[in-house]
Design a protein around this ligand. Structure first.
Ligand SMILES: Cc1ncc(COP(=O)(O)O)c(C=O)c1O
Length: 402
């Protein structure tokens, strides 16, 4: 029997949840769809986690992940008070939303407000702001919170619009039919960048484009923002530079990091923010008491004791990324330069969703997003060298068959 609709808040009833990457049920699939690391955690990490599976499981873990925060502080040259650890960085992105942004929607649903106002904020209204395309969780967090969103398109090559363009509100219109054509594809004008947004998320290097941004351009952006800026560096270990120093220099800048991607620890859900102690203290106030599970804390601590193992893996992944990019280019794919552990490619001959299906038949799972700005592209996670070779062989086979 269906439940009465009224039991659930209108906002939640109308919410479009985050779409997860598929978890394949068929055995033997090569899984290149969720940017997981193809290499296992270091043997020392596995040993530390296994050794912790004992009578301690009946106890609550350390509520503030104290030891882990101290180790992270040492690594980043700051104080443990500059760090908060979360159940994955996703939890912290959600906490930032709740901590820094005033919801505009209380009783009425977010979609009603969107219908009445469009996506642009009214002057002075507190908003969650991000570029498109970037991490698709940000708009969902805004919707859950009932906050106004401001999605501003990147340039057609997915680079950041310059400060002058953001200030004049004339970021370069996307090329017709090109990936950045989000606003045009909807027939609208791109939203104007809001320097007063309460919270701005920047994925750097970006996902799903893979493009890296320089610390210099990020610094200009941060300096111009009045509200909090979160630089989401989930993939930064695969890039040449990072912007951590901005979180230690500017009181309104936070850097988000995760153990999921570069440190092969998705399963354990550990991420963290670095930033000014007052912002961090505010975030601590609203988190769950024991938000980071004990085995996750132990796994992350052991990871920090074995960084050379991971740095060797970054090198392997980067080498495979460059090899795969060259091979797919030879096969007629347009491969965007990447500073991450995935590549965004525009396949040749037939559509991206058709390629998704053809590759699935070859037992290779990649990711396709239906969003207008990236619908012609596939995002491919960098696996092992053998997995990359299998992918190239599958692409050759498909091209011969069709
Ligand atoms: C840009 C970006 N930020 C954050 C995350 C979340 O990572 P975590 O596993 O730490 O929650 C992801 C995961 O896909 C991501 O792509």
């Amino acid at each position: 029997m269906p439940i009465p609709k009224s039991l659930i808040r209108p906002l939640v009833r109308e919410l479009h949840p985050y779409v997860y990457g598929e978890q394949p049920k068929i055995k033997g699939m090569i899984k290149l769809n969720t940017n997981e690391n193809p290499y296992p955690p270091s043997p020392k990490v596995l040993a530390a986690v296994k050794a912790a599976v004992d009578g301690r499981l009946r106890l609550y873990p350390n509520p503030t992940a104290q030891v882990l925060r101290e180790k992270l502080a040492k690594l980043h040259g700051c104080h443990a008070d500059n760090i908060i650890v979360g159940n994955g960085s996703d939890e912290l992105l959600a906490l930032a939303t709740r901590c820094f942004v005033e919801p505009v929607v209380t009783r009425r649903s977010a979609s009603v407000v969107k219908r009445l106002r469009g996506t642009a904020a009214l002057p002075g209204e507190t908003v969650i702001q991000y570029f498109t395309p970037s991490y698709s969780l940000y708009p969902v967090l805004a919707d859950i919170h009932g906050a106004v969103k401001n999605a501003v398109p990147l340039k057609s090559d997915f680079s950041l619009p310059g400060m002058a363009e953001l200030k004049s509100g004339r970021s370069k219109p996307p090329d017709p039919g090109c990936a950045g054509g989000f606003a045009e594809a909807r027939g609208g004008t791109p939203n104007r960048w809001d320097f007063n947004a309460a919270l701005t998320f920047v994925t750097t290097p970006n996902a799903p484009s893979g493009r890296g941004y320089s610390t210099k351009e990020l610094e200009s952006l941060c300096r111009a923002q009045k509200g909090v800026v979160v630089l989401d560096e989930a993939y930064v270990d695969f890039a040449g530079e990072n912007a951590l120093k901005l979180a230690l220099k500017y009181p309104h800048v936070l850097v988000a990091r995760t153990f999921s991607k570069a440190y092969s620890l998705c399963f354990q859900r550990v991420g963290y923010f670095v930033g000014h102690r007052d912002l961090i203290a505010a975030l601590h106030k609203i988190r769950d008491s024991y938000n980071v599970n004990g085995l996750g804390q132990i796994g992350a601590e052991a990871t920090l004791d074995d960084l050379p193992y991971y740095r060797a893996n970054f090198k392997k992944i980067i080498a495979t990324r460059e090899w795969l990019s060259r091979e797919l280019t030879k096969l007629g794919f347009r491969v965007l330069p990447s500073r991450t552990n995935f590549i965004l490619v525009r396949p040749s001959r037939f559509s991206a969703p058709a390629w998704l299906q053809s590759l699935r038949v070859q037992k290779i799972l990649v990711r396709w997003f239906g969003r207008p700005e990236v619908k012609d592209y596939l995002r491919i996670t960098i696996g092992t060298a053998a997995e990359a070779e299998a992918l190239v062989n599958a692409v050759r086979k498909i091209l011969m068959q069709r």
